[in-house]
Design a protein. Structure first.
Length: 344
């Protein structure tokens, strides 16, 4: 089979290698479509050592086959002896990580917080294996390319559920693929979000997708524009972008008593100075959102099946597996929205 292997920052090679052997609890998946995630870009740029998956050694060569590709859709072509829930020919998506199922977080369904979680992504490869426990079956009437949004949409749903129920005004920072996906998920919940984005092309793109309240936070009078939407700030602000700038911006436009959600990761690490009184007197809540739980994934699959979000419009470019370096570079350029790899 062909598989992408990592040979250092910005150096991916597509190599020929043996199809992996599976054990009794695993299935072999033939990859069809995979979406490129910011995590993959961090991996590609050699920043993965900074990630939370430090327990996995950051190596190079054939050991890295499939890279960090976790937004993969594929067909089961082989199953282990103990696999009863799935059969050959089933189309599936999988969790990004394994979890223990036994710790206090797993028992409460908060699998994304499991301290024993391990990365299982391998999708930039013609075949990869996954323990069946971490698979989700796709319905027959789902669009296979759209289904590559199952994981990112699940992660988005997880964040959107944190926005308080009675929220009226919500803002999203960043109109990249994740910011747009968050905005659509809010829309499904009856909220038309304001989107703050410095890149004019991305603001236009958001407008074309039907989001009218796009604001450039680098414009001097941007706070006046926000005041036209909401006098005291937003009930909820979700930042799809990590880093100090978006955090300071997000807190400054969160309503007293409102919630600011850090959705995007920050690489390399960064720190902010925070005035404790600003939080004390305003009762603003700062929280994070990371990964997803089992139900988020099932809900994402159902939204995709029902075509409730125009996902094909968010995909601006598709590449083959052989063109993976170019595909990653196109994401880094910032000129594309979601980029997908068609493996089969
Ligand atoms: Zn992802
Ligand atoms: Zn656990």
């Amino acid at each position: 089979m062909r598989a992408a292997c990592y040979y250092g920052p910005r150096n991916i090679k597509i190599e020929d290698m043996e199809i992996p052997e599976i054990n009794d609890d695993e299935v072999l998946i033939e990859t069809y479509t995979i979406g490129i995630c910011p995590t993959d870009i961090r991996y590609y740029l050699g920043l993965k050592g900074e990630s939370t998956y430090d327990n996995e050694k950051f190596t190079t060569g054939k050991d890295t086959y499939g890279l960090s590709g976790h937004e993969a859709v594929g067909k089961i072509v082989k199953i282990g002896k103990n696999v009863k829930k799935f059969k050959i020919g089933d189309f599936v998506v999988h969790e990004t990580f394994t979890y223990c199922g036994e710790c206090e977080f797993c028992k409460e369904g908060k699998i994304n917080l499991c301290p024993n979680k391990k990365d299982i992504a391998r999708g930039y490869s013609e075949y990869f294996k996954v323990p069946y426990k971490f698979l989700h079956l796709l319905p027959e009437d789902i669009d296979i390319d759209d289904a590559a949004f199952a994981e990112p949409l699940a992660v988005v749903l997880h964040a959107v559920k944190k926005v308080k129920n009675n929220s009226k005004d919500v803002a999203v920072i960043g109109a990249g693929p994740m910011g747009i996906l968050i905005s659509f998920a809010l829309k499904l919940n009856g909220i038309d979000p304001a989107i703050l984005e410095i890149n004019e092309n991305r603001r236009k793109f958001a407008n074309e997708l039907g989001f009218k309240n796009t604001i450039n936070p680098e414009e001097e009078d941007f706070k006046n524009k926000i005041e036209l939407i909401t006098k005291y700030g937003f009930d909820g602000v979700i930042s799809s972008i990590g880093g100090k700038g978006p955090l300071n911006l997000g807190l400054s436009i969160t309503k007293p008593g409102g919630m600011f959600i850090i959705f995007g990761g920050t690489y390399p690490k960064d720190y902010i100075e925070l005035d404790p009184n600003a939080i004390h007197y305003s009762e603003k809540i700062i929280t994070g959102s990371s990964d997803h739980d089992y139900d988020d994934m099932e809900e994402a699959i159902e939204i995709i099946r029902k075509r409730e979000i125009p996902l094909k419009k968010i995909v601006t470019k598709k590449f083959s597996l052989n063109e993976l370096n170019n595909a990653f570079e196109s994401v880094i350029s910032g000129n594309e929205m979601k980029v997908q790899i068609k493996v089969k």
